[in-house]
Design a protein. Sequence first.
Length: 137
Amino acid sequence: MPVERLRKRADFLGVATGLRAAAAAFVLQARARPDTGSSRVGFTVSKKVGNAVERNRVRRRLREVVRLSDAERLRLGNDYVLVGRRPALDLPFARLIEDFSRALDHVHRQRQTSRRPAAYRGGDQAEVSPTGDQKTS
């Protein structure tokens, strides 16, 4: 199944609330959607990175990294955003591909072992009595 592009601001903002993995040349953000459609990828590069020519070069390099990566590694029903950083201009392309692979693994591992307390996940919540005993509701 082909990888689609994220284009709407609301989608980018939604992914920004999800999991993230930092690399030298980019930050990978990821978020699971309720549907199981094809994976979607968005790219963003701020003006801090450089002028329009440099930002577009970073964006093109990141798009190529995603295109060359194994599409099977991008999970169905997930949205991904790559936030480009200035080092993406100078790093060797092979390093970008390695970093992307490592960042994907990191994000997928985070999803399996969420560090959020059960109260935030909607799981079992423990009540503490005045005596300090915990009881599960």
